[in-house]
Ligand binder design. Structure first.
Ligand code: A3P
Length: 294
């Protein structure tokens, strides 16, 4: 391993949530983060369509100007609040240099969100994705992003995921925690699957939530530019420009499939865990995802 390589390391724990050790080191700066009233927070559990939603919002913020949205990589256009790694600016450092109105990305479970977002009454858009697809996406992400511990086999990783022992903890607690905050926060709760099914309707929901009206041709441009095919080939959106020491795209591309996933077939004990995962109730209807095509 060279000097600049990021080694695989076990996760630490932040208030009981499994978390990257380097992020824990940066935590005091995150906790003290000063939100601004016009910040828009994009909150997700990992692998739930964060980058997709971020690109859509950056396009909305730039009135569908594709060139402006190529000005920098997505991880600089929409800084990742709790990100902290050696030798690169932290998420908070980047955000402090970002002019308002800012788009802020976080994967934090709701109970760990810095107080300032509440104090400033910031708008939040949360996006949830079917756990069956999240876990597969996360498995490949663990392989390519070297900040993660070795995921082991898929069957092993399914167990780890089901036990909430992955980075950011339990998927179920995460989607439920944010779902329950809908009452007290200015929060729009979206689903990856709805966005996939009818992106125009979901983008309209976002525009309405932001109180923004845009002409139909702008909506069409936003939808085209943020389609899976367009984002996959866009170096400003597909994470290709991340140093390969952090993300190794030869192991798995960041923009992998975007749906549908292969339903994994694995022997026990993975099979047991897969079976229970495949019947995970949704926080909303309890049956939303039971007929998913994963
Ligand atoms: P897969 O690994 O299933 O392909 P995040 O940005 O939260 O890390 O989520 C990454 C997942 O979102 C990946 O899922 C990626 O392919 C998918 N994704 C990214 N952009 C997308 C788009 N425009 N349409 C559909 N899925 C997209």
């Amino acid at each position: 391993m060279g000097m600049d390589e990021v080694g695989r390391e076990d996760l630490g724990s932040l208030h009981g949530i499994p978390f990257y050790k380097s992020f824990i080191e940066g935590w005091p700066q995150v906790e003290a983060f000063q939100a601004r009233h016009d910040d828009l927070l994009i909150a997700t559990y990992p692998k739930s369509g964060t980058t997709w939603l971020s690109e859509i919002l950056d396009m909305i913020y730039h009135d569908g100007d594709v060139e402006k949205c190529r000005r920098d990589a997505i991880f600089n256009r929409v800084p990742f609040l709790e990100m902290k790694a050696p030798k690169i600016p932290s998420g908070v450092d980047l955000l402090e240099k970002t002019p308002s109105p800012r788009l802020v990305k976080t994967h934090l479970p709701v109970q760990l969100l810095p107080a300032s977002f509440q104090e400033k009454d910031c708008k939040v858009i949360y996006m949830a994705r079917n756990p069956k697809d999240v876990v597969i996406s996360y498995y490949y992400f663990y392989q390519m992003a070297k900040i993660h511990p070795d995921p082991g086999t898929l069957a092993e990783f399914l167990e780890t995921f089901m036990n909430g022992k992955v980075a950011y903890g339990s998927w179920y607690e995460h989607v439920r925690g944010w779902w329950e905050k809908r009452q007290e926060k200015r929060l729009l709760y979206l689903f990856y699957e709805d966005m996939k099914k009818d992106p125009r309707r979901e983008v309209q929901k976002i525009l309405q939530f932001l109180g923004k009206e845009v002409p139909e041709e702008t909506v069409a441009r936003i939808l085209h530019h943020t389609s899976f095919q367009e984002m996959k080939k866009n170096p400003a959106a597909n994470y290709e420009t991340m140093p390969s020491s952090l993300m190794d795209h030869s192991l798995s591309p960041f923009m992998r499939k975007g749906w549908p996933q292969q339903r994994p077939t694995c022997a026990s004990p993975g099979a047991r865990c897969t079976a229970s995962l495949w019947s995970t109730p949704s926080p909303k209807t309890g049956s939303r995802w039971t007929n998913s095509r994963a």
